[in-house]
Design a protein around this ligand. Sequence first.
Ligand code: NAD
Ligand code: ZN
Length: 342
Amino acid sequence: MLALVKTAAGPGLTLTEVPEPVLGINDVLIRVHKTGICGTDLHIESWDPWAAKTIKPPLIAGHEFVGEIVEVGANVSDFRPGNIVSGEGHVTCGRCRHCMAGRRHLCARTVGLGVGRDGAFAEYVALPMTNIWHHWPGVDEDVAAIFDPFGNAVHTALAFPVLGEDVLVTGAGPIGLMATAVARHAGARFIVVSEPNPVRRALAQQMGATAVVDPRTQDIKDVMAELGMVEGFDVALEMSGNPAAVRGAIDAMAHGGSIAILGIPTEDIAIDVNEIVFKLLTIRGIYGREMYETWYKMTVMLQSGLDIRPAITHRFGFREFEEAFATARSGDSGKVILDWTA
Ligand code: NAD
Ligand code: ZN
């Protein structure tokens, strides 16, 4: 089969023929239809220090996908060839305290699809049946392809109640964009999105932001005043990993507010802990998706009118992966999709 492979330590990915995955008795084999490009894939492609430390070539990259089951292992009885599915990209150990208690998202020994094991940028991918999410008939496959980052957005946006609350979103990358739509769907009052890139600020407005802010030239507090907000934000969703954004969020919170942090910083961030103490803030880290409550919520919200499609801005055939990666890297894009059937 054809796959996008990190063949050796160093920059680049190679589209090349590799053997099809070997199917274990508990696995399903999926013909990949569409994949999303994630920031993680950009790190692996460019071979930054994180990738150099984490990735052991040869490795097929990619973890955001939708496809059709073509074969199931001998132990698998509840999936069938023809099912349209996505996969939870965190393969958990199954034996630790949290896994045994059903809190699999808290497993400390997860192996990442396309990071620690061969991924989905390929014509076929294999995953354990416990990692499979079966979509409903007629699902939009572009949307199904990005259930992984959509799940990050849902996990973060629903970490704290947003009904009637004022929400700050820092960072309007694909995940911040989707989180904006989720917060809107879940009943937030004001959603202010802070993002330096004008293309992404415009997308944030399409996704339901009440107001957008350029953190380089505007003060969030001015926007709060324009909206008539007096006490600060009730909930912040940190989706940038940027130090100034984290500090700005802490500063803009109301007393008793809650901050969910998904963004992954690339450097240490100095914060004034006094603000957390005296404002009685709650800060919660978010990693991955809850298995499978987040997947359930994604499904039912889409079925009840949530529309995340404006966050998908570009589509390419898999042979055009270099252009697709450049588009994702440019930042002047939302989600970029690769079609593996073309
Ligand atoms: P992205 O890099 O496309 O988006 C981040 C956005 O933040 C960019 O648009 C950037 O312009 C913006 N930004 C930069 N400085 C800012 C500032 N000072 N204020 C406001 N915005 C600022 O990333 P993404 O794919 O949307 O992912 C969002 C974040 O979540 C990234 O940090 C990513 O590494 C992280 N992530 C975490 C998990 C997890 O499980 N915790 C999973 C996926 C991604
Ligand atoms: Zn575990």
